[in-house]
Design a protein around this ligand. Structure first.
Ligand SMILES: Nc1ncnc2c1ncn2[C@@H]1O[C@H](COP(=O)(O)OP(=O)(O)OP(=O)(O)O)[C@@H](O)[C@H]1O
Length: 300
């Protein structure tokens, strides 16, 4: 398990990471979501033992020193622009990583490369952006580290390659003790793979948690009420996160107890009352707006 307590990092006067605290449970796929400059890369680099924090603490499996060799060998850090030797092929990089990560599974890497039509002997520099991404994801998965930290993991992947990668992630998680921390500025990249998501904004954590679970309490209702209905009582109802009126057609997004919300709506004798499913994105937006954030500044 990774425990982060009050982690802070400044670059001169810029506070890149500000008093961040969170826990990343073992066996989870944890998403770090935030706009450009939110502090995701800085946080990942500190966790990977590449950058020193100004204050605060990181504990990896209880170990205090995240720069120690014991911690480093448990972690594969995949930056958004990974380094490879000039003219190196996947095979050359596999040989290199094998020295760093003795558990690396060569056969699995070769099999994955073949499944993705990547020539393991061709120089990586001749690969497209998406192919390079696939190559490094294979290297990362096959290194058999306990932790994988990825920056902008699916950037440049076409939808089919992204789906294949998501499935490879899931398979690895099922087959061994594996925890993945993924940073992205796109909710869509994270929503179908990450159970837990933390949103970073200006270096701080705005909110974190299991949004799929929380989404079960957030509902979207569409209704039409008679003219005499008391709409103000609904607009000001404590469970109403969002109230949108378009002529007589009203859309509400609500938190709290769904039964109580429905009762309050029914008390106004609706001419029409329907419940529609909510995407994870809408759940986020409603929660963030409910907490007083301007969502357009926090998510892209
Ligand atoms: N080496 C550095 N020197 C000075 N400032 C830096 C450095 N690295 C990051 N910063 C600043 O720290 C803040 C956080 O940057 P960071 O790269 O962590 O954000 P990010 O969320 O990963 O952004 P992106 O999505 O664009 O990659 C930004 O204001 C950035 O300008």
């Amino acid at each position: 398990m990774i425990t982060i307590s009050n982690l802070t990092k400044y670059f001169d006067e810029i506070c890149a990471v500000n008093q961040v605290s969170m826990e990343i449970p073992d066996g989870s796929m944890f998403g770090l979501l935030g706009t450009n400059g939110a502090g995701k890369t800085t946080l990942l680099r500190m966790l990977a033992g590449i950058l020193e924090a100004d204050s605060g603490e990181i504990r990896i499996d209880g170990e205090e020193d995240s720069f120690s060799p014991q911690c480093r060998e448990k972690i594969f850090y995949l930056p958004d622009d990974p380094y490879y030797f000039p003219n190196a092929s996947i095979q050359v990089m596999l040989d290199f990583y094998k020295k760093q990560y003795p558990e690396l599974e060569m056969d699995a890497a070769v099999y994955m490369a073949q499944s993705l039509n990547l020539d393991q002997n061709r120089p990586i520099r001749t690969f497209s952006k998406g192919m390079k991404r696939q190559a490094f994801l294979i290297l990362a998965l096959c290194s058999q580290t306990k932790y994988l930290f990825c920056d902008e993991v699916f950037d440049g992947l076409d939808p089919i390659a992204a789906e294949i990668m998501k499935n490879l992630f899931r398979q690895e998680m099922k087959s061994r003790d594996f925890t993945i921390l993924v940073a992205s500025h796109k909710l869509r990249d994270l929503e179908d793979i990450c159970g837990n998501i933390a949103i970073l904004h200006k270096g701080g954590v705005v909110t974190a948690g299991d949004f799929k679970n929380r989404a079960e309490h957030v509902r979207k209702f569409q209704c039409v009420f008679p003219t005499e209905a008391d709409l103000d009582s609904l607009r000001n109802h404590p469970a109403v996160l969002r109230f949108h009126e378009d002529a007589r057609f009203i859309t509400l997004i609500t938190g709290g107890n769904p039964g109580e919300v429905r009762k309050a709506l029914e008390e106004q004798n609706p001419i029409f009352l329907g419940e529609v499913p909510l995407s994870l994105e809408e759940t986020f937006i409603a929660e963030m707006e409910g907490a007083g954030y301007d969502i357009r500044k926090v998510l892209q």
